[in-house]
Design a protein around this ligand. Sequence first.
Ligand code: GTP
Ligand code: MG
Length: 195
Amino acid sequence: LFAGETDFVKGVVAMDGMPPDDRLEVCFAGRSNVGKSTLINALTGRKALARASNTPGRTQEINFFTCGESHYLVDLPGYGYANAPVKTVEKWQRLLKAYLSGRASLRRAFVLIDTRHGVKAVDEEIMSLLDRSAVTFQVVMTKADKVKESEREAILTQVRGAIAKHPAAYPEMILTSSEKGLGIDVLRAVIATLV
Ligand code: GTP
Ligand code: MG
């Protein structure tokens, strides 16, 4: 799946601009700056496919990338704090929620959680939205390289506790570091079984 061509298809700013839902897709959701775009680059092995940056609010559209012949990887704008005007952020949030609750071809949402921070209230909100929309989601822990192994377990326990309350949650989470390449092959394998 990841051996073939990966390409940017389009950036979408409104639901009526979505590509036809004629193929399965997985999306990457999470707080601003959690590492969504960087993870897509790590998965596809293309350093600058999705635009990443240290400024929260980098991704401002729903970006579709082809993965293999007939699937999409979807990079979403972040939620929570973003370095952009309030009105603009509200617009992305509405689009994000419309996408997450109304996309027939969405096979699974990956909800990214920073290994330093664990699950926050805004993550809970998104998880509840996914419950209501019956979209299965799986937690991907990011930036594991920033947390010592001895300190990870406490955070992972908090995250396990949080996802246990969500019927749409897939119980297993995946620990990753795009920086170090940790867990990327595991995530690729999971995606390959889905689409
Ligand atoms: P928005 O588009 O603003 O919502 O952010 P995003 O979730 O797409 O985050 P992005 O991929 O742009 O990454 C944010 C910052 O975190 C960048 O400076 C990345 O280099 C850094 N980053 C992402 N993944 C990792 C990781 O695994 N380890 C480390 N150390 N840094 C990472
Ligand atoms: Mg981004």
